[in-house]
Design a protein around this ligand. Structure first.
Ligand code: PEP
Ligand code: MG
Length: 594
């Protein structure tokens, strides 16, 4: 992590979650906050006029949302467009219309206050329903806050942003920015966005990423300290914002902006050189994909394909489950963009901390990581699974697809999942729809039971992919989302290294290709060991691809094998860590620092 230099006063630095990888020096624009005023209405005539005002604002918002959706560039994923459908579906809910009209006509309160009260109830329903730590629930609550702001703007007729754009490169600093506002902002003078609400997975962040607008989200307390017209620096690579920087800070960040741009050019130039060790072993380095819009980045950062497509992500940002056509459109787009490179599409890994709004009641709130998750959920809800399988299989003819089943703990699950895949393929063919002739089907090895059964499972699987994030969670018995046990979450724990080695050895003996797609693949310390232990395919976030490829290109496999043997004989994580760290410090100090 790059911290702001010590000469930058600490109280001018604000932190959040960065979207994109850029440094922007511009002027701040802080829109006025539209307050929700509360008034009592004098009589029924006033209440009726207020109801009319509400209905007109609602109609305007519906038109604005539809227009904003249509204004998005065609390359934005169809599923990302759904953000606007989310708003439209809230607007069209009979409960909203009735609730607001009742409050206006019977409760005699003004439209702004009535809308605010009803949306507040919705918000409470969302936040009280499930695990409050889950980011996407917070995002849904933010969606409702954004809808309230949009309503207030429509009711008061006040615009938060100048229609004609800005005269200088501008960084917008807001409490909340709705996706509609984002798409309506004039792009030529827009340097970036800083928002107090939102996270990396909030809709505004996802759209900013898709539209390549640098942003820092979730920056608390910045709006009250910022003023329009003042200079501001946004570092989206590090998630920092600096208000009112002095000359030294501006000088420092100009250099950083230039070096980031140069690094980006270098990354793109080197990224496409294959990851081959100095003694000739080839390793495929693929990208992990959450959002369809990440696919161009995986390709330009030198990904050899998609090693893990986390398809459940697009289920989380919606109020309703996606339909077959939308899913098919997204999967087809990924396959076509990656072709001829492989795309490993993972079937739904819903459950644990990934519970879509429309399915909340299907999951218990107790011990979620050990509950109905991934393939367990899919087999218990074949109606949901079948829609996804149909979309996957129909997309299979558009590229080089592999299908991967998550959280397998025994043979029966693989058999049942494969039977459903076969049955769905037969059903599609009977309908005259094309399905690829042979689609490799493999599993995530991320539950200790699957490690023990690897030899048997290999007979049923075309490939394995080791999910180290869950393998660590389930082997060391620690919830990966619980901050109280973060220090115990140790990828180099001897039990983890030995389990990974076991799976790689079974793969070699049985001819089953084994990749690694958890967080260990993205870390230079552990990825050096993975290659040394025999992994020949890694899958990681796109921005880590270039440095892991570089590490491989600059290493001898013989060295990595020796290093792995030494680390495997360690009896504690600390000992393994020391071994690898000192090797990396000697051989590739730049990678350790990066
Ligand atoms: C893993 O468990 O390592 C993995 C890659 O899957 P996810 O992080 O999506 O659970
Ligand atoms: Mg997992």
């Amino acid at each position: 992590m790059i911290l702001p230099p010590p000469f930058v006063p600490a109280d001018s630095v604000f932190r959040g979650v960065g979207v994109g990888s850029a440094v922007v020096l511009g002027q701040a624009y802080v829109p006025v906050t539209l307050k929700t005023e509360r008034r009592r209405l004098a009589d029924i005539r006033a209440a009726e006029a207020e109801a009319e005002r509400f209905l007109a604002a609602k109609a305007k918002l519906e038109a604005d949302f539809r227009e904003a959706r249509d204004r998005l560039p065609t390359e934005v994923d169809p599923l990302d467009r759904e953000i606007f459908d989310v708003y439209l579906s809230v607007l069209r809910e009979p409960g909203l219309l009735k609730g607001v009209l009742d409050l206006i006509l019977d409760g005699r309160i003004n439209a702004e206050a009535a809308v605010s009260d009803i949306l507040f109830r919705y918000r409470e329903a969302v936040t009280s329903r499930l695990d409050p730590r889950a980011d996407y629930l917070k995002d849904r609550a933010d969606d409702l806050d954004q809808l309230l702001e949009a309503f207030t703007a429509a009711l008061t007729g006040r615009e938060r942003f100048p229609r004609g754009g800005f005269s200088e490169l501008t960084v917008i600093i807001v409490r909340n920015l709705t996706p509609v506002e984002l798409t309506a902002l004039p792009r030529h003078s827009l340097g970036g966005i800083v928002a107090e609400s939102g996270s990396a997975t909030s809709h505004t962040a996802l759209l900013a990423q898709a539209l390549e607008i640098p942003a820092v989200m979730g920056v608390s307390g910045i709006v009250s300290r910022a003023a329009s017209g003042r200079r501001v620096i946004l570092d989206s690579a590090e998630g920092h914002v600096i208000l009112g920087p002095d000359r030294d800070a501006v000088g420092f960040y100009r250099v950083r902006a230039a070096s980031l741009a140069a690094r980006h050019r270098e990354i793109v130039r080197m990224a496409h050189i294959p990851a081959q060790t100095l003694d000739g072993a080839e390793v495929e380095v693929c990208g992990n994909l959450q959002l369809v819009d990440e696919i161009p980045a995986i390709m330009s950062y030198g990904g050899d394909g998609v090693g893990l497509y986390r398809t459940e992500m697009s289920y989380l940002s919606r109020r309703t489950l996606p339909g077959e056509e939308d899913l098919f459109g997204s999967y087809r787009r990924v396959l076509e963009a990656a072709r001829p490179r492989p795309v490993t599409i993972r079937t739904l890994d819903l459950g644990a901390d990934k519970i879509p709004q429309g399915l909340g009641s299907a999951f218990s709130t107790e011990n979620q990581a050990l509950g109905l998750r991934a393939i367990r959920f899919c087999l218990k809800h074949p109606d949901v699974f079948r829609v996804q399988l149909r979309a996957i299989l129909r997309a299979s003819v558009f590229g080089n697809m592999r299908v991967m089943i998550p959280m397998v703990s025994g043979m029966e699950e693989v058999e049942a999942a494969k039977a459903m895949i076969d049955e769905t393929a037969r059903e599609l063919r009977a309908e005259g729809k094309e399905v690829a002739g042979r689609i490799p089907v493999g599993i995530m090895v991320e539950v200790p039971a699957a490690v023990c059964l690897a030899a048997e499972l290999s007979a049923k699987c075309d490939f394995f992919s080791i999910g180290t994030n869950d393998l660590i969670q389930y082997s060391l018995a620690l919830d990966r989302t619980n901050p109280e046990v973060t220090d115990l979450y140790q990828p180099l724990h001897p039990s983890i290294l030995r389990m990974i080695k076991t799976v790689l050895d079974v793969g070699r003996k049985t001819g089953t290709p084994v990749s690694v797609c958890g967080g260990m693949a993205a870390d230079p310390l552990s990825s050096a060991l993975l290659v040394g232990m025999g992994a020949r395919m890694l899958s990681l976030p796109y921005f880590d691809i270039p440095r892991i490829k570089r590490l491989i290109r600059m290493s001898f496999l013989s060295d990595l094998k020796r290093l792995a043997l030494e680390a495997l004989s360690a009896s504690t994580s600390a000992e393994a860590d020391r071994t690898v760290r000192s090797w990396l410090l000697k051989k590739h100090p730049d990678l350790l620092a990066a």
